[in-house]
Design a protein around this ligand. Sequence first.
Ligand code: FES
Ligand SMILES: [Fe+2]
Length: 381
Amino acid sequence: MDHTIANVRPATDIGETRQELIHARHLPGGIYSSPAIYEEELQRYFYRDWLYMGRVEQFANPGDYEARRVLGRPIIITRDKDGVLGAFYNMCRHRGVEVAEGKGNARVFKCPYHGWTYDLSGKLVGAAYMKDSDGFDPKTCRLPRINLEVWRGNIFISFAAEPPPFAESMAEFEKDFAQLATEKCRLADVTRLELNCNWKFMHENLMDFYHVGVLHVKSFGARFSWTTDNVRLKDNGGITIRYDAAPSTPGGEALFGKAPWLDAQPNSFACTGFMPPNMTLFGRIDCVKIMVGWPIGPDKCEVFIYMLFPEPFFADPEFDRKLKVYKDYQAIIYEEDRSMIESMQRAMALPVYEPGRMSVMEKPIHHFLNGYLDRMFGPRG
Ligand code: FES
Ligand SMILES: [Fe+2]
């Protein structure tokens, strides 16, 4: 079945996911494998919403920049000479070549093709042999700007001409996760994974606490406790969950101690947040992890995992050794999850696949998917 927006039959194809959780069923395979649905998701979610791009300390000094391709679009994030953060299309105004590569510190970006040169605020500052081009005004030429905002040390961009108001988009996270004080944390590590699955599976898996006691029973499952009453449902398919878990180390110990601002909380303090479309946050007593899923096709995605620790932890003389413990442990868990969601993806293209019934333990996924259906197919009747 190749679903497009036009040929999804709401009543039969997605109607059972629309039901109340106790009656609900998962979504058909086409929603996770159709190129047409994928294109529509880019338009309705990814080219519109605020998207997590990393941390301000990755651009600590004037001249710092990073070029990336996001959803196939070449972009640059910079801190200009006045210290202002900006995001631009990495696209020369002459013929469109990418003017910057990789990351580093630069005074200008010089296009490798014909040498047009831009400063870090995107202004064209040099274009040889253009004086005789009648009416050409370099001042009207700049790298096209992309919206950029910062929330508590975290950088977000939006490709939309008129993005949703940023403060409104962040309001629930501000309410629920301000206490994690990510502005007083610093990036310890970025891990990038490529997964052979639809981008939605990555976030569904992270909010799927149903599997924790089974798949992860040998890793962290035994130190995990929650009930469906812990789940708070937000507009738009967003989720917040408060629960009990241990720090993400093999023995469940906080190797650096507690974040000073969470001192009153027990060691088992744990929270998770999902902000549509593609950001999941995990808070622990000692660490914040932000996981961002980027679609690269209907059945492929890449994930960036940003591991943040409170600033004071970085002074620990054993910082590198301890960080490695966190990273190695995280890698074990991701591999456990990876094999499940890649296996699930293989089923999505099979004509014999029929979506199964949901458990009440899947309350977060049910909410996320209904927010998704509202956005993709219009609100419930
Ligand atoms: S494409 Fe950049 S200078 Fe020609
Ligand atoms: Fe998992």
